[in-house]
Design a protein around this ligand. Structure first.
Ligand SMILES: C[S@@+](CC[C@H](N)C(=O)[O-])C[C@H]1O[C@@H](n2cnc3c(N)ncnc32)[C@H](O)[C@@H]1O
Length: 196
């Protein structure tokens, strides 16, 4: 597996369990920032009735495509290049957009781009699912998330664990309402938004 992520491997079952409750047969999912595609490959293997479209920045497409060829099932489509902050000449619409561990990596400007670029691709009543760590009222949910923030900032000053309240504001501006904020293991959240 190229770009294998141990944390992705640890968390993929709990994410699968939550997504299984939220997705219905026939749904088409677009993932932003798939990297290795581990979430997609795991989900597609368990849920043949759901089609999953992986994406990532151009430089990660070849390795992602190789992983899907090597480990994918038919419902896991060949990946497409989608880079936040660059125009997407892309007309498809999806029932669900999923992203994991991306909003704390990309810059605040690109977090704003995420909501602007993703919203038009989601059908009315569709879901936007965002997995990762968040802060609430300026507070980390655990000391280890505070340490993770220092590690992120040291690597790239534009990265950082985002304030839930800011994310909620950006989602609401694009016409989403919060359905649930699910506590996940390892101090992560799964934020579930529905497009009105
Ligand atoms: C920490 S990795 C998360 C990978 C995977 N989703 C996971 O949970 O293991 C962050 C991802 O964001 C992607 N990324 C970084 N900048 C991006 C951009 N401008 N547009 C889209 N994706 C981006 C990276 O290529 C990478 O796949």
């Amino acid at each position: 597996m190229l770009n294998f992520s141990p944390s992705c491997e640890r968390n993929k079952d709990v994410i699968l369990a939550q997504l299984s409750k939220l997705l219905k047969a026939g749904d088409r999912v677009l993932e932003i920032g798939s990297l290795s595609g581990q979430h997609a490959l795991h989900f597609c293997a368990q849920r043949a009735e759901i089609t999953w479209q992986c994406s990532d920045i151009e430089e990660n497409i070849a390795s992602l495509a190789q992983n899907i060829t090597d480990y994918g099932s038919e419902n896991c489509l060949a990946p497409i290049a989608l880079t936040l902050g660059q125009p997407w000449h892309y007309q498809e619409s999806y029932d669900v957009v999923f992203t994991a561990n991306t909003l704390h990596i990309v810059s605040p400007i690109l977090v704003e781009s995420f909501f602007r670029q993703v919203s038009p691709l989601i059908k009315p009543d569709g879901l936007m699912l965002i997995y990762g760590p968040f802060k609430y009222q300026g507070q980390f949910t655990s000391p280890s998330n505070g340490e993770f923030e220092l590690w992120l900032k040291d690597r790239d000053s534009q990265s950082g664990i985002r304030d839930f309240e800011w994310i909620a504001e950006l989602a609401q501006q694009q016409g989403f309402e919060l359905v649930s904020d699910i506590n996940m293991p390892a101090n992560n959240q799964l934020l579930v938004w529905r497009k009105k």
